[in-house]
Design a protein around this ligand. Structure first.
Ligand code: ZN
Length: 324
């Protein structure tokens, strides 16, 4: 991990913790469930741009998806908020397009060094397998998938909302991901996180386009749709990468919550839901090696958990009455 020095931190969480329990940089991922179209996604998150937690600095990645449908036509807005001490807006951008069958990846690499570009290309090639992986797991099929992936260098902040219009089961999404560093282990981790993030948000999009999304009424509680999105992220990762490892699923979110991190309600809801999914994975890892490959019996158990989590959301939706 890359260490940052942080000065003048604002929005410091209330209960600092022992530095022995946290790394120098904690990674905080939140997917935001929007309560209304007027919800300001990024304002409550800016306090984390220079935030520390105990002796660790926080590197936040928050993504938000919102979809409105009119018959078969879908209008989507996708917000990415990546915290960081440095501004990425003045850095050069390299653009590439990769097309494979029904999947197109538009790649935007910010401040691209040679290694970062290579990382981005590897991630984009892996993303090409996301549609097939998703269709294998989900009862809702994607026909064409178009993804715009913005790769942001470590330590830099990035905020942007993309708008997109698409029809039927042809899904189009756009999000930013973090290139952590050029160390080979970090490259692998970055690619895995990119896959999980896109799979997670695409799950929300597909639920929305099928009329299954419902605003969650108690944001501090666990949201079944959030849990399903996190679970699908894990299953797609296993499908696309051929294995998942306990090492890349050590949830900083759990450590942070257990040590009293506070934040906006939508933020805490996402954290709690991610921890629910992490706990399900932990139970699988407890049954054997810290790596699960595609031919491991636990892979089937994981895929079953993913389908169950999707079914739970669908069942919940089927119980909603028009007055809900
Ligand atoms: Zn989410």
């Amino acid at each position: 991990m890359t260490a940052h020095s942080v000065n003048g931190a604002t929005g410091r969480p209330r209960r600092p913790v022992s530095p022995l329990r946290l790394p120098q940089v904690v990674l905080l991922f939140a997917c935001i469930t929007l309560i209304s179209c007027a919800t300001d996604v990024t304002r409550p998150l800016r306090k984390y741009d220079n935030a520390t937690y105990g002796d660790a600095s926080i590197e936040l990645k928050a993504l938000a998806t919102q979809v409105f449908s009119f018959w078969n036509l879908h209008f989507a807005s996708y917000t990415s908020h990546l915290s960081g001490l440095l501004d990425s807006s003045d850095l050069p951008i390299e653009r590439t397009r990769i097309k494979s069958g029904q999947v197109t990846v538009h790649l935007e690499v910010i401040g691209a060094g040679l290694a970062t570009s290579d990382l981005a290309l590897q991630a984009a090639e892996r993303l090409s397998g996301l549609r097939d992986a998703f269709n294998e797991i989900s009862p809702f099929q994607i026909r064409k998938l178009r993804m715009r992936m913005v790769v942001v260098p470590a330590g830099h902040r990035y905020e942007k909302t993309f708008a997109s219009i698409f029809s039927g089961d042809n899904i189009s999404v756009a999000f930013a991901v973090r290139a952590k560093s050029e160390d080979s282990n970090e490259v692998e981790t970055s690619i895995r996180e990119a896959i999980r993030s896109f799979a997670h948000e695409i799950t929300h999009v597909v639920f929305a386009t099928h009329g299954i999304t419902k605003p969650h009424r108690a944001p501090s509680e666990i949201n079944p749709e959030e849990v399903a999105a996190y679970m699908v992220g894990n299953c797609v990762e296993l499908h696309v990468m051929g294995l998942i490892s306990k090492d890349t699923h050590m949830s900083d979110n759990k450590v942070l919550r257990d040590n009293g991190l506070d934040g906006p309600e939508f933020f805490m809801s996402s954290m709690n839901s991610s921890i629910e999914a992490t706990d399900a994975l932990a139970q699988l890892y407890a049954k054997g090696a810290p790596t699960i490959t595609a031919d491991d019996p636990r892979a089937d158990e994981l895929f079953a958990l993913c389908r169950e989590s999707i079914d739970r959301v669908v069942r919940q939706r089927s119980r909603i009455t028009p007055t809900d």
